[in-house]
Design a protein around this ligand. Structure first.
Ligand code: NAD
Length: 492
């Protein structure tokens, strides 16, 4: 098989198999072909991974931050050297076009190891607190064994965005990728060993919704960081609360993107397309509710239609392809269902709306899970497609004519992951983003998430932050030491 790894799991520095686990088939979404067969972790594998992490964390956490950082930066270097190989694997795992994976996946993971490797020598410093004679100091200490659970849209990036800050802060990790995309994380684990990370510090085990709880409920796990849907987030947070584990929740969204009539229209359309069609629309922070000022609506839609219909859909391994298939048959079915709901509830279909029949050139690409990039106009706030996360290339365009009105409508959702504003008026841009309820916001651009800036959601989209120095706070805790300089006095 094209992408068969040596074994399903990577524990204590080596590949490990346990064929008693349920079979997980890795399917190449462009052809429907099975490219690897793996096994979900059995309870014995889960125990082995957690025991290995627990043991390895002591040595790793005791190393100087500079020494840990040097190793993580080496991992970033190896990832960059192997970017082509990693990107090709990510394309097989997800169906995303190589044009994207070559710039957005392993490279973003490498940035993460480089950034956290570079900042930990100072970012973990504590403070000294004078108390008038007595004094205190704080230390930032690792949590211990942390669990990462990934979604299928950015498998390598998620494995690194969780692994890099966790390891930088001195923790050991057990990472479970999504059962849809099991391959990439194994390579990251291999590279970390090659870079010098001690065995057991970063382990990967496979599994699905039945495996996740074995990790979340384990007594030796101190924290769980999940990237996934809101319903899964609720379950994982509830389970973690049972034993008071730390949690980071990177969940779904239905983010608003507001285009005022003074905006640079081409730029706003680029933002809307990036925020709806990149990765075949499978991006959590997508600006799927595009509010366009009535004065610009007709021009905006005409040009958006033209540019959307020019998107090159096809073989993900062809460098010219701009849009690949969806990750799975089931996900495409779900998205097609939403498209039908949009039509039935009265939205105007501007373009797309089904399965493309001209996907070419590709060996077998026609059998893949392709879908047309779709734009609906005249969408109203109460329609299903305006309320629920679709997680596919379906853009909803809504009209507005008043700033206060659009802010209220943009916020009228349980989600709060991201938001964006396009306008030439900078005071308005800042005034509006100030009132939008979201964790990550963009002005005159969309969906850019460099490692230097915090990323994460509010409301039902989650809590905790990934990336930036802020992520280290979520993978460590403060230890405070009060130092008595005189005699200890008691009233009795
Ligand atoms: P999902 O919620 O179905 O699964 C996510 C992960 O959780 C998988 O690894 C799955 O095996 C595991 N899981 C499922 N049930 C579990 C349980 N009870 N206990 C422990 N683990 C469990 O999500 P998905 O379909 O893989 O990904 C799509 C979703 O992820 C979308 O909602 C999207 O918005 C969200 N997402 C969010 C971000 C972000 O950073 N906010 C990024 C990417 C994707």
């Amino acid at each position: 098989m094209k992408a068969q790894p040596k074994a399903s799991h990577f524990i204590d520095g080596e590949y490990v198999e346990d064929t008693a686990g349920t079979v997980i088939e890795s399917i190449y979404p462009a052809t429907g072909e099975v490219i690897a067969k793996l096994h979900a972790a059995t309870p014995a594998i889960v125990e082995k991974a957690i025991a290995s992490a627990k043991c390895a964390q002591k040595e790793w956490g005791a190393m100087s931050p500079t020494a840990r950082g040097r190793i993580l930066k080496k991992a970033a270097e190896i990832m960059r050297e192997r970017n082509r190989e990693l990107s090709e694997l990510e394309t097989l795992d997800t169906g995303k076009p190589i044009q994207e994976t070559i710039v957005a996946d392993a490279t973003s993971g490498a940035d993460s190891f480089e950034f956290f490797g570079g900042i930990i020598a100072t970012a973990l410093n504590g403070s000294q607190i004078p108390l008038g004679g007595d004094w205190a100091y704080t230390k930032r200490v690792p949590l211990g064994v942390v669990v990462g659970i990934g979604a299928w849209n950015y498998p390598q990036q998620i494995a690194c965005w969780k692994g890099a800050p966790a390891l930088a802060a001195g923790n050991a990790m057990v990472f479970k990728p999504s059962e849809m995309t099991p391959l990439g994380a194994l390579k990251i684990a291999e590279i970390l060993i090659e870079a010098g990370v001690p065995k057991g510090v970063y382990n990967v085990i496979q599994g699905d919704r039945d495996t996740g709880p074995l990790l979340v409920n384990h007594a030796d796990v101190a924290k769980v960081s999940l990237t996934g849907s809101v319903p899964t987030g609720r379950k994982v947070a509830a389970a973690a609360a049972g034993s008071l584990k730390h949690v980071t929740m990177e969940l779904g969204g239905k983010s608003p993107l507001i285009v005022f009539d003074d905006a640079d229209m081409e730029s706003a359309i680029s933002g809307a397309m990036l925020g709806n069609f990149y990765s075949t629309g499978q991006v959590c922070s997508n600006g799927t509710r595009v509010f366009v000022h009535k004065a610009m609506k007709d021009r905006f839609l005409a040009r958006l239609k033209e540019r959307t219909e020019a998107i090159i859909i096809g073989d993900p391994q062809d460098e010219a392809t701009q849009m690949g298939p969806m990750v799975s048959w089931a996900q495409r079915e779900k998205v097609l269902g939403y498209i039908e709901k949009g039509k039935a509830e009265g939205a105007t279909l501007v373009t797309g709306g089904g399965i493309p029949n001209n996907v070419s050139p590709s060996k077998g690409a026609g059998e893949g899970y392709y879908i047309q990039p779709t734009v609906f106009a005249d969408v109203t706030d109460d329609m299903t497609i305006a309320r629920e996360e679709i997680f596919g290339p379906v853009m909803c365009v809504l009209d507005f004519d008043d700033e206060a009105e659009v802010i209220g409508r943009a916020n009228a959702t349980e989600f709060g992951l991201s938001a964006g504003v396009f306008t030439a008026d900078f005071s308005r841009a800042h005034r509006v983003v100030d009132q939008l309820e979201a964790g990550t916001l963009w002005i005159n651009t969309y969906n850019l998430c460099p490692v230097e800036i915090p990323f994460g959601g509010s409301k039902q989209s989650g809590f905790g932050r990934e990336n930036s120095a802020a992520a280290l706070e979520h993978y460590s805790e403060l230890k405070t030491v009060y130092v008595g300089m005189g005699k200890c006095e008691a009233p009795y």
